[in-house]
Design a binder for this molecule. Structure first.
Ligand code: SF4
Length: 346
């Protein structure tokens, strides 16, 4: 392991972190349970959503789907509806598939070890490590962006986190800080330190329990860590949607095939030219996803007669719903915003 003596003892850092966490750790509802189902749901929700934004969603989701069986038995549409506002809907679809998998492959009992948890749909090494350490005491670090940031700063380690080998590297380093029997608490402590104190920008070093041992702080180089050379490629994607409206009704359908928004609802993405009535206007909306920049043309179409409207619905097997009914379906965020703007329009 570079820069460090192979046998150096770093447990004192882990212990300092646990002592800090005992006093300053966040008092969050899911910290009061060891139920692997609940911890799994919260880990999936909070991977991409800030705690304050996602807490209400988490509570409502758990209230409606309190266990694996209720999630496995639910209609997919309802699961998506409870996910509304969290984005990245594939996470909700995977949650439900994993719940069905637990029912069929594990007899309805949440698996109790890292490898079985990792075999669940949509579960990666981080989530498997978090659930197995917090709920079953397995001695595994849940390495995520917080670990990369905290460890690379504490050791002023310039290992490039964009390389796939960095996960194993930082996992091994984390193990050398992790006090025996404290894996779950240690993982939660790094999560809290990384999000509250050792923040990506402007870390609050004066409040950090690791400050006196932190090399990056001593060198005045905290902003240089973690090192990440490879930028994630962002693709440009242009989409067109026809917002076909007759009175208070619009056309929608559910997307089934493979697509960034599979299984969500959408507007018509093509309209037979011979059926196209008066096109009122086109509004372009820009929307950023993690790896894509979207440019979406919304073409407002107002058929003059109901027969024209119905012909358009039949041409693409679209459903006719009122604007209010449409809000009970799960749409990608920019489409949801577009409907909301129409509902609000005088
Ligand atoms: S001293 Fe600053 S840079 Fe170092 S671990 Fe603490 S918060 Fe992060």
């Amino acid at each position: 392991m570079k820069n460090y003596k192979q046998n150096a003892d770093f447990l004192y850092l882990g212990k300092a972190l646990l002592a800090w966490y005992g006093i300053y750790g966040r008092d969050l509802p899911f910290r009061k349970t060891k139920d692997p189902y609940k911890i799994w749901i919260c880990e999936i929700i909070f991977q991409q959503t800030r705690i304050q934004q996602g807490l209400d969603h988490y509570n409502k989701f758990i209230e409606r789907f309190p266990d694996v069986a209720s999630l496995a038995a639910a209609e997919t549409d309802e699961v998506l509806l409870y996910w509304k506002g969290l984005g990245y809907y594939s996470r909700a679809l995977n949650l439900q598939k994993a719940a069905v998998q637990i029912m069929t492959e594990f007899g309805g009992v949440f698996p109790d070890n890292y490898n079985d948890i990792l075999s669940l749909r949509g579960v990666g090494p981080y989530t498997a490590a978090a659930v197995s350490s917090i709920c079953f005491g397995m001695h595994i670090p849940a390495v995520d962006g917080n670990f990369y940031r905290v460890l690379s700063r504490v050791f002023a380690d310039d290992t490039d986190i964009s390389h796939s080998s960095s996960f194993a590297y930082f996992s091994e380093l984390a193990l050398r800080l992790m006090p025996p029997g404290e894996a779950g608490t240690f993982n939660e402590a790094v999560m809290d330190l990384g999000s509250e104190i050792c923040r990506p920008r402007n870390p609050l070093c004066d409040q950090c329990p690791l400050q006196k041992d932190c090399r990056a702080f001593q060198l005045g180089r905290t902003a240089e860590f973690p090192v990440k050379t490879k930028k994630t490629a962002v693709k440009e994607l242009k989409l067109t949607y026809y917002f076909v409206r007759f009175g208070n009704e619009i056309l929608i359908r559910r997307r089934a095939e493979d697509h960034i928004w599979k299984k969500l609802y959408e507007f018509p993405d093509e309209v037979p030219v011979n059926l196209l009535p008066v096109v009122m206007e086109t509004n372009t909306v820009y929307h950023k996803l993690s790896h894509r920049n979207l440019s979406i043309d919304f073409v407002d179409v107002f058929p003059e007669k109901r027969t024209e409207f119905e012909a358009l619905a039949q041409a693409g097997s679209y459903q006719i719903v009122t604007l209010e009914q449409s809000l009970l379906h799960s749409f990608p965020k920019p489409l949801e915003n577009y409907i909301a703007a129409q509902v609000a329009r005088p």
